[in-house]
Every structure is written in structure tokens, then in C-alpha cells.
Design a protein around this ligand. Sequence first.
Ligand SMILES: C[S@@+](CC[C@H](N)C(=O)[O-])C[C@H]1O[C@@H](n2cnc3c(N)ncnc32)[C@H](O)[C@@H]1O
Length: 327
Amino acid sequence: MTEPRPRKKDPTGTSFPWGPLPADLRRLDREMAQGLGFPSLTDAEFSRLRDWVEKESGIHLTDAKRGLVMGRLAKRVRAVGATGFGAYIERALGSAGPEERARLLDALCTNETHFFREIHHFDFLEKRVFPSWRVTGTTGRIPRHIRAWSAACSTGEEPYTLAMVLLKNFPRSSGWSVEVLGTDLSGHALQRAAAAVWPIEKAAEIPSAFLKSFMRRGTGPEEGKMKAGPEIREAVHFLRLNLCAEVYPVSGAFDLIFCRNVLIYFNWDTKRKVIGRLLSHLAPTGYFFSGHAESLNELSNVVTTLQPTVYRPLRTADSTDPTREAP
Ligand SMILES: C[S@@+](CC[C@H](N)C(=O)[O-])C[C@H]1O[C@@H](n2cnc3c(N)ncnc32)[C@H](O)[C@@H]1O
């Protein structure tokens, strides 16, 4: 497979090659606030918001994110008719109900995602994992049934990609069944994922063989859009799940867990706990995938690295593991 589309630039627009200097950041923040028509977030307001967001979602907002936060909150500030960021935060974290707090988190979450993102993971599955599943006729637990979990699935591109790759390799006609769970903190992102309708431009992210087999061109009110076909819609289901919750409301073990491009927002302690909880839901013979900037190298006491960002529980991956990268 080849990656079909180029990446976007840093959405914060503040990425200097050497990192922004604090004075530059302050100036950029002031200019951002001015442009939005509100006074800048004060240190005290930002710190209150930051503590709450980290407690609720694990997302750690650095000082460098203050401009981004203002940009994302401005819509909510206007929507509730608050006089500025401080007044909005006071209201959202105080008298407002849980709905406004969910909207606040939604606004702060980065939902960027693509079909076939980090395509080497899907190549790894096709070349190194699926052949052995086909030979043994089992994932190691339930014969001919594959369970995959896209934790932090955003608007659905990742779980539908998994469904396409799994169903292409293990079609129902061959006696296999496929189940993909997509979970996320953002209710708004999940609604879009469940609707399974995207702008037609998104088709460019999907290799043509998959596009033809699994996607439909929208018609009528969905003209100019792309819609997931029935086969992948049936295979994927969604659930709101906060990775920072002590217990995850999911049952049974998964053969594949994708937790990509979300661990990067967590501090070390949260990341360690989240991975521990996710691994407790991974089958002993399963595989764990993280995002390109999210190494689990510090966790070599619980996982073995098969290749960068691809892991197995330590107890499974011995030196005879056929999917392990040659030294
Ligand atoms: C950048 S997207 C990554 C989407 C997809 N995994 C990918 O790699 O393309 C990050 C997602 O993590 C979700 N998220 C952030 N904090 C979360 C948490 N505590 N629990 C569950 N999801 C969370 C956000 O809502 C967002 O949809």
C-alpha cells in the first residue's frame, strides 16, 4: 500500500523550527485575542482551565497552547453570550450544566484524522499478522472471529479503515467475522463517526480497491459526499469512553488495539495508566499500535516492540514470534 495523500501543516500555526520563544508566544497570544475580539486569557484563567481539562480528560495543555485554546473557545464564548474567556470559563466550570462542559472539552479536542493514516500499520497487519491468522484459522482465542478497538477514534476514519482492511482480508464468505469498536471522549466526533458520511474529497485518502469495495457515493441530500457502505457499517460500532476513566465499560479481549495520536496529549503518569488499562483488554496474542510520536519504549517491562509503534504484551512476544522484526 502507498500513502495516498500529503499531510496538513501544524494547525496551531506557531511552529518555528527551534520552537517559539516565550516573548513571541505572549505577543502571538495577544494578537490572537485581539483578532477574536476578546481580552487575552489571563494566567489565572488559563491555569484554572488547564487543571480542569487535565483532570477530566488527561489532556495536558502547555503554555504554548494558550493561543490555540483561545481560538477554539471563541465560538463557545460567543454562543453563550459571555463577555470574554474568563467569564466563559467561570460559567462553564461553575453554574453551567454537564452539557456545556462536554462542549468545552469537544472544542479543545484535536480531532484531526485520516483514512489509512500511518499506513505502515496496515501493511504490518497484511504482511506479518494476517498470514499466520489465515494458516491457523484463529486469532488465538475465538476461532475465525476478529475483534479490533480504535481507542480515540475521532470521526471514524480509523475504525472504518480497520474494518475495510479486515474485511478485505477476511471476508464473511470465507467464514470469518469482524467486529470493530470505536471509542472517543468527544460526543460530537462520535456522532459524525456514527453518521459515516464525509466530504467526497476524503475519498482521495482511500486506496482505490478499498474505495470501490466499501464506500458509496452520496446521492440526494448526500450529493458531493462519501458514505460508508453497509458491510463496514455493520462491522463497526461506537461508544463514548474516556481513556482516563478508572474502568472501561468494554468486555472481552481484543486482537488489535489502536490507540494513536492521543497519548501524546497525556502526561507520563496518565499515559502509563491508560496503556496499562488498554493492555488489560488486549488478548495475550494481540497487537497494540500507537501513533508515530508515541513510543512505548519506557514500558519494556510490559510490552515488546515488534517494530516502532507496534507492540505485543511481553508474555507473548518471545524470540520465536514470527511477527517480530529481524534484528
Ligand atoms: C488526533 S485525534 C486521533 C484520531 C485517530 N486515533 C488517528 O490517529 O487518526 C485524537 C482524539 O483523541 C480524543 N481524546 C482526547 N482525550 C481523550 C480521552 N481522555 N479519552 C478518549 N478520547 C480522547 C479526541 O477527542 C480526538 O478525537
